[in-house]
Design a protein around this ligand. Structure first.
Ligand SMILES: Cc1cc2nc3c(=O)[nH]c(=O)nc-3n(C[C@H](O)[C@H](O)[C@H](O)COP(=O)(O)O)c2cc1C
Length: 238
């Protein structure tokens, strides 16, 4: 039940206090993330835990290049502009966040400020840059699936300890900066990063609970009997 409660309560945290995060706690959290299942137990993920001057260099480089108009440079294929229901959901969460922060639609300055915060990974004290083994790029997208499972474990283990996190692509838009500052080895692909810290209770966006579809909209059940039971052998149901 504790696991389920953490999954139900968790939300992305985008405002942090000045309280530092210990290396010891990060080791505990990443040990949990490391338990994720993976294709054939390949465990393709790596964690680069950044703070202090290294994280500052990433923030600065990312922000300066974005402001200078350098096109985003990610190491995984870009998702481009979402359309249809996916765009609708993107707009929905943006509206929720802006409403919580009191940022009006026409307030270009504060909207821009929000984007800049994203480029700085919301000024979190720690960022975990998640990479995976480049050799697996020749084996389809499954390594990204595996690393995603590890990232969810990371976020939940952090939440259980009272730490807030936001998985974010914005903070590594300029991946060459991350690669250089964090000294990412050439045989790894930068996938995403997770900004972490102690949640600032006074930061309104931290209270936003994003919405989910009803299960009936994205789930189908096949082959269950009239009592709703799923049997190991179909004859046993007769
Ligand atoms: C792959 C990925 C990339 C994300 N990138 C960003 C980002 O760049 N900026 C941001 O504010 N949130 C980012 N998020 C957080 C999502 O917006 C958030 O998970 C989603 O709106 C659902 O909200 P919740 O995490 O509070 O449940 C990202 C999440 C994922 C999984």
């Amino acid at each position: 039940m504790e696991l389920e409660q953490a999954m139900r309560d968790r939300r992305s945290i985008r405002g942090f206090t000045d309280r530092p995060v210990s290396r010891e706690m990060m080791e505990e959290i990443l040990a949990v993330a490391n338990l994720a299942p993976s294709s054939m137990n390949t465990q393709p993920w790596h964690f680069h835990v950044l703070t202090g001057a290294v994280l500052e260099a990433v923030r600065r480089g990312n922000t300066e290049r974005m402001l200078a108009g350098v096109p985003p440079s990610r190491e995984i294929p870009a998702h481009g502009k979402y359309e249809g229901v996916h765009r609708d959901r993107q707009v929905e969460i943006a509206k929720q966040l802006f409403a919580a922060m009191g940022i009006a639609r026409e307030d270009a300055e504060r909207r821009q400020d929000w984007v800049m915060r994203g480029f700085r990974q919301f000024d979190a004290p720690v960022s975990v840059v998640v990479t995976y083994d480049k050799a697996l790029d020749d084996h389809g997208p499954v390594a990204i699936f595996d690393a995603g499972a590890a990232v969810y474990g990371l976020v939940l283990a952090a939440w259980e300890r009272g730490l807030g996190a936001v998985i974010n692509g914005q903070g590594i838009m300029q991946s060459p900066v991350v690669r250089e500052s964090a000294r990412i080895p050439e045989d790894q692909v930068i996938l995403t990063c997770v900004a972490l810290g102690w949640p600032d209770e006074g930061f309104a966006a931290n209270g936003v609970k994003s919405l989910r579809r009803e299960l009936s909209e994205n789930t189908s059940f096949q082959g269950f009997d009239e009592d709703g039971m799923g049997w190991r052998l179909s004859e046993a149901a007769e």
